[in-house]
Design a binder for this molecule. Sequence first.
Ligand code: HAM
Length: 421
Amino acid sequence: MPDTPRRPEGTQDFIPEAIPAWRKLERVVGEVFERYGYLEVRPPLFENTSLFHKSTGETTDIVEKQMFTVPSRAEGGESVTFRPEFTPGVIRLILENQLLKQKPCVKLWYSGPVFRYERPQKGRYRQFHQFGVEAVGSNDPLLDAETIAAFDQILRRVGVTDHAVRINSMGCGECHGVYREALKAFIAPNLASYCENCRRRFDRNVFRVLDCKVPADKERNEKAPPAVDSLCAACRTHFESVQRGLGAAGVAFAVDKRIVRGLDYYTRTVYEFSSTRLGAQDALGGGGRYDGLVGQMGGPEAGAVGFSAGSERVLIAMAQEAEAARKLDFYAVAADDESRVDAFRAAQALRGADLAGDLDFEARSMKAQMRSANRAGAKFAVIVGSEERAQGRVRVKPMEGGEERLVTLDEAIRLLKGEAR
Ligand code: HAM
């Protein structure tokens, strides 16, 4: 037997039984974001590679080793990269479509697949899905709190209630200067013992040393001074206001000075949501403020904040009460071979009237068709045979027992919709 094809490493198939939970999550995500005044956008799956170098950051794990990049087919043309995150593409979309000219504060949401070349494990994939928001054009700390509250509400609505919200502040450009020096002063005496990657990052972008996964470096970094200790007065006030906002929104949170996000663009507030139901990859999602990015990408100086959640991880954390698959309203049954086209015609008429139904495509016996009707969980069998055809009618039989009726198609529609008895 030849081997059947396998899906690529780090990808997942979602077979029909997985779909109800996805649909529930997607429905709740859309409803909650729209209730908070966010509008949906759908940027392309891939962007020019340079976009991520300029925004996500040259020295981040994502840009250094996780991007799925396709070289240009045109001589000297630019390569494209399947998005490893949404934020850069959404900011590009805002600028390219001049959305900030229409409104001073643009609030957008999105949901879709994301690609990172990582070592796959439970909750960590090479193709995964994110949903999230980006709010651009305001420095208001209440906006930071709003994004956190929206994520919190989505989780509650889908049945995740044991999650933890941790927040921190990285400070503004000015604080970054102070913090850079503090961090360098802490690392410099032991620099020779750090891994090669850290030694390189020490000069290029010392903040990224804090992302290192090498155990000895991780342990040393635990004693590093936290960014919050370098905050200027304005950033401290902003951070306090975010906390007051969260209090007003009724979101429980903890300040965690150790949060460092692995992307370059963050300023001021950063946050992470985690769940103990997840195991090693316990981050449900994360985000924060990135006040410099829009200006850095050629747009106006505009404050911005957002987050992205990992859909697969939220699904793992969701109470797995299996949602009953949608039942069929009817199963069309042909009593004999000659009636198959008429059974098909009846099914089409019923589907046209917004009823859900299926029929047999294997020309099986009536008994076998009734078994399929049962297995499919159909509420009614709609039977067509020579007698029904002669009268231009169909026979409607409730699958759970009850009276059979010989009726016209219009009557059948009313019966199946519960409009007639
Ligand atoms: P991130 O922390 O890189 O942030 O990713 C957000 C979430 O995506 C993670 O917390 C996790 O749930 C999920 N995730 C990340 N990598 C994987 C993976 N390999 N497999 C499964 N799930 C994964 C961002 O992407 C930022 N763009 C968030 C943001 C928006 N900041 C501001 N605006």
